[in-house]
Design a protein around this ligand. Structure first.
Ligand SMILES: Cc1cc2nc3c(=O)[nH]c(=O)nc-3n(C[C@H](O)[C@H](O)[C@H](O)COP(=O)(O)O)c2cc1C
Length: 445
């Protein structure tokens, strides 16, 4: 008779799980911290944790084909002479030119215009593509002031003063060197190919009183026409909302910790901030306490993926939502079906203002298909054809490529380590060594 020795396999630690172990090993081997896109990946309370109660006897259901459901929303009704009217309460969040190519910005503008909503610039300034193709464009005024231009303040339909982002409240921006093409460098007045970090706070203010002065300056420079939004990352939503209202904001944009980012330290994304869901009620409470609910509009962002998420945010008291990641995914971002094209020899980037009819006739756009210089994207005819083909189908991979298209992933040899985002992962470069992927999960958002 064989003797059976019962065996309990070792239990995996909940504290030192596989990911944590891998991260410690990676950090020990490379000596650098992880930088990635997207918002928090840990599980935090989210809209999935809420359910609607359907109509029954105590609540009378609306008959969809008889009763009208109006989704129109007006933003900026508090002070602006020209508030914005949107057909839907779903707006496109601010995403930087540089993180996104000019083509991606154009595609978002075109989609938003078709849907009757607004899109937003980002760190790095306003491109002609997005101005021309966005019926309603919100211009971000950021701590970095990269690409800031008073003329663009006036070309915009609204201004968003960015105090912070949900993925990194209190943290500055970051744009990896690989994305700094000639055009991006030029617009930001910074060198090409070098990682760029931007300020975590506005250079000319030290607190809420200065925000009030800044808002007044912006109103004066735009003749009190444009709604002024104030965007904050989820940290202290009650007080931040109250202070933004006191400073004179027409609209408060509140971005929870699931909110996407172009690139931020993983440790920051995962450990700083408040879940989107938890931010909404305190912000609404602040507006109610000040008698400003529905007078100052509240836009919520951070992990909005579906109509159900939108409805839940609105039911909790928001007036509208903003989407970043979901819009990029809809465009084809990181979709495996574009991998081959992305790896192919004729990658291209940032085709420049194109021939398509702009949403606004006053944008003064050139009529020919221009391509930016220095990009290895085949002959001019090929590039024009590729661009036309890619833009003919909504959601193609063409417009979303944010790399410079040159095929160069090499580092500046003077630098010991350089992190470069590409092909859906971060690559580590060290002089004399082959580049190797760091995190397959680190998307090039
Ligand atoms: C690629 C990318 C670039 C972004 N750039 C900016 C930016 O320049 N300024 C800003 O305020 N927020 C920026 N954000 C954050 C968005 O405006 C928004 O707050 C966030 O993406 C909302 O969360 P969601 O992506 O889950 O929808 C960026 C987000 C992404 C994904």
């Amino acid at each position: 008779m064989s003797y059976h020795n019962p065996y309990t396999p070792p239990r995996k630690s909940a504290t030192f799980d596989d990911h944590t172990l891998a991260e410690i090993r990676r950090a020990a081997a490379t000596g650098i911290y992880d930088i990635r896109g997207a918002g928090t990946k840990r599980k935090v309370p989210h809209f999935d944790d809420l359910l609607f109660l359907g109509a029954s006897i105590s609540r009378y259901p609306l008959e969809g084909y008889r009763e009208k459901c109006d989704t129109t929303v007006v933003l900026g009704s508090r002070h602006a002479k020209k508030p914005i009217t949107l057909k839907t309460p779903i707006t496109i969040a601010g995403m930087s030119f540089g993180a996104l190519s000019g083509n991606a910005k154009e595609a978002l503008g075109r989609g938003a215009t078709l849907a009757g909503t607004s899109t937003t610039t980002g760190d790095g300034g306003m491109t002609d593509e997005e101005r021309g193709h966005s019926q309603t464009l919100v211009y971000q005024y950021l701590p970095s002031r990269y690409g800031m231009n008073p003329k663009d303040l006036r070309r915009a339909d609204a201004i968003e003063v960015v105090v912070g982002q949900g993925a990194k409240p209190g943290g500055g921006g970051m744009l990896l060197g690989q994305k700094i093409s000639d055009r991006v460098a030029n617009m930001r007045n910074l060198p090409k190919g070098i990682d760029q970090r931007s300020a975590c706070r506005h250079p000319d203010w030290t607190g809420p009183d200065d925000l009030e002065i800044k808002i007044m300056e912006l109103r004066e420079i735009t003749d009190w026409e444009k709604p002024i939004y104030v965007k904050v990352g989820g940290a202290r939503p009650y007080y931040d909302t109250a202070l933004a209202v006191k400073a004179g904001a027409d609209v408060v944009v509140l971005d929870g910790m699931q909110g996407g980012t172009a690139a931020t330290q993983d440790v920051f994304i995962e450990n700083v901030g408040m879940p989107t869901l938890a931010c909404i009620r305190p912000a609404v409470q602040a507006l109610q306490d000040l008698g400003m609910h529905r007078k100052v509009q509240l836009i919520i962002s951070g992990g909005i993926r579906s109509g159900a998420d939108v409805a839940k945010a609105l039911a909790l008291g928001a007036d509208a939502v903003a989407i970043g990641t979901a819009a990029l995914v809809a465009l084809g971002d990181n979709d495996p079906k574009w991998e081959e094209e992305y790896q192919g020899p004729r990658r291209y980037h940032d085709a420049g203002p194109g021939a398509r009819k702009p949403a606004r006739p006053d944008c003064g756009r050139p009529t020919s298909c221009q391509l930016s210089e220095g990009h290895d994207a085949g002959s001019a005819d090929d590039r024009a054809r590729l661009w036309q083909e890619s833009s003919a189908q909504p959601g193609t991979g063409g417009p979303v490529r944010a790399d410079d298209g040159s095929g160069r992933h090499g580092p500046d040899p003077a630098r010991r380590h350089q992190l470069v985002s590409g092909q859906g992962r971060l690559l580590i470069f060290r002089p004399g060594r082959k580049a190797r992927p760091m995190h397959a999960s680190s998307k090039c958002l």
